[in-house]
Design a protein around this ligand. Sequence first.
Ligand SMILES: *[C@@H]1O[C@H](CO)[C@@H](O)[C@H](O)[C@H]1NC(C)=O
Ligand SMILES: *[C@@H]1O[C@H](CO)[C@@H](O)[C@H](O)[C@H]1NC(C)=O
Ligand SMILES: *[C@@H]1O[C@H](CO)[C@@H](O)[C@H](O)[C@H]1NC(C)=O
Ligand SMILES: *[C@@H]1O[C@H](CO)[C@@H](O)[C@H](O)[C@H]1NC(C)=O
Ligand SMILES: *[C@@H]1O[C@H](CO)[C@@H](O)[C@H](O)[C@H]1NC(C)=O
Ligand SMILES: *[C@@H]1O[C@H](CO)[C@@H](O)[C@H](O)[C@H]1NC(C)=O
Ligand SMILES: *[C@@H]1O[C@H](CO)[C@@H](O)[C@H](O)[C@H]1NC(C)=O
Ligand SMILES: *[C@@H]1O[C@H](CO)[C@@H](O)[C@H](O)[C@H]1NC(C)=O
Length: 491
Amino acid sequence: MYSLLLAFFTGLAAVAAAPDELQVVTTAGPVIGHYAKNGNLTIVREFLGVPYSRPPVGELRFQPPQPPTPWSDPVVAANFGASCWQSPFEVGLIRQPPPSRESEDCLTVNVWAPSKSRATNGGAAVMLWTHGGGFAWGTSETNMYNGANIVRDHEGVIVVSYNKSRLDRMREGDSYSCFSRLNLFGFPAAPGLNATQLNPGLLDVRRAVEWVWDNIANFGGDPHKITIFGESAGSAAIDAYLYFAKNDPIIRGAILQSGAITIPSGSGGEPSRFGPRTMNWNNLSAAVNCPISPAATNLECIRKLPAATLFNATARYNISFAPVADNGTIFSDTAHRLQRGNFARVSVLIGSNDQEIPGASPAAVNATLTGFTCPAAKNAAGHAKFVPTWMFRWFGDFPTYPGAPSLGPYHGTEISNIFGTFNSAIATSEQIASSKYVQAAWVAFAKNPTRGLARYGWPTYNPYRPTLVRLAVNNTAKASFAMPATYHSAC
Ligand SMILES: *[C@@H]1O[C@H](CO)[C@@H](O)[C@H](O)[C@H]1NC(C)=O
Ligand SMILES: *[C@@H]1O[C@H](CO)[C@@H](O)[C@H](O)[C@H]1NC(C)=O
Ligand SMILES: *[C@@H]1O[C@H](CO)[C@@H](O)[C@H](O)[C@H]1NC(C)=O
Ligand SMILES: *[C@@H]1O[C@H](CO)[C@@H](O)[C@H](O)[C@H]1NC(C)=O
Ligand SMILES: *[C@@H]1O[C@H](CO)[C@@H](O)[C@H](O)[C@H]1NC(C)=O
Ligand SMILES: *[C@@H]1O[C@H](CO)[C@@H](O)[C@H](O)[C@H]1NC(C)=O
Ligand SMILES: *[C@@H]1O[C@H](CO)[C@@H](O)[C@H](O)[C@H]1NC(C)=O
Ligand SMILES: *[C@@H]1O[C@H](CO)[C@@H](O)[C@H](O)[C@H]1NC(C)=O
């Protein structure tokens, strides 16, 4: 109660004190931001934890996301997200108590926008970040994804990030801070659901894009200039988006870092590595004593159970959920669609890292090749026939990485360089320069997806010409252009 009162009075104080440019009206209601604390205190506006969807709870559990319920008292975008997430469940790597029902509500966005004094004619380009979550999942990642430095260091760009469902399964020991719309909540594949909406977690991506379309102008952005970028499972989600949102993508560019939606073609929508489509759901139903049929009764039974009970069962019985083909959000014939150009015709930047899986062992090299290099290469080659396409390979190996110096340019190491959020206290001048170089490239793409990178000096991708953009080779702050076969010949 005390903290509620405190939040209330803090809210009133914020309303009274906030400069006009920190008060923004969204389609659902007003929000109040603050200036980001990264250097100059008044050039970057920050709005955290703004709901982009109605909480997917109760009857809405497993359903496509809905626009947020309107509010009239301003949401203080400094605290709303934070208080929501700073629950005891997030702390530490040991198993935490099960989360409360409210934890299903995790669909919020963060916006980093330039101050009005830096407004650009026609509105800023928008970079919408889609996080992954395969490796460490903790509070340090939140800082890694902070968009304030990009907006501080470049004119005419806004960064938006959002919490979406993770594509990979939740492991015991993972943070429970945003388990909703991931795992069973995001990828239930329940027989009782609409057959083309078995992956509501992917529809959350669409909802976030729509939120940006509806609202970004009020933050100084141009809704016609949205680029979506993401890494790992976030990149895979974007890849899926390019197919299922093909007729009305809203975005005009996509950046895919180390992740692709590689559902085996011709598998009938039942990717072998995940087991038969409904097995996990039926396992879960059995574990929580819900009848498996009829499907509607089954769904009703599971909807009534507390989220904690369901999550607990998945953890206790080691039941995992991942995206399945449903011909609505993921298509069984994705490979053919790629060949035929049956995807959103927007410019793409696609790539992966030199040593996604650390180490020089044959198994590690093979895992990097088959898990990341080849999916990215196939994706880039397919897109290059239809849309402006660039392909990169990241080599930067810097002491700020967890596990450095022995692990190399592994999965996710490019992210802190793109965001400029590495630990500057231990960064080398090479890293600072390399970060500036790649960050400017990503921004150049976002500002002009058809020509920005050409002007930056990068060739568009052609599998048969030296057009693979190697970044930070030997930790130098530049690009060099290699024959793709140098890295892709075994694909
Ligand atoms: C901060 O930004 C404002 C507005 O752009 C500028 O006038 C001021 O000189 C900057 N201050 C510092 C310390 O960079
Ligand atoms: C996403 O969740 C993390 C962890 O709880 C939180 O710190 C972050 O602010 C959230 N991000 C958004 C965009 O809501
Ligand atoms: C998707 O449609 C294709 C035919 O277009 C069909 O072969 C496949 O079985 C369908 N997959 C699912 C999961 O419904
Ligand atoms: C899930 O169901 C399958 C098929 O009925 C069964 O073989 C498997 O043991 C079950 N797994 C768990 C964890 O209950
Ligand atoms: C979660 O599982 C543990 C045992 O693994 C059990 O003690 C606890 O009561 C369960 N909680 C819920 C809400 O089901
Ligand atoms: C859980 O299942 C995965 C496969 O989905 C398996 O690799 C892992 O060993 C299992 N863990 C336990 C504790 O059973
Ligand atoms: C490389 O990995 C793939 C996918 O896991 C596997 O099918 C293949 O057998 C592996 N090849 C070697 C040489 O280890
Ligand atoms: C990187 O450095 C090594 C050793 O100094 C050198 O052999 C190699 O040619 C360099 N690579 C590039 C692309 O400059």
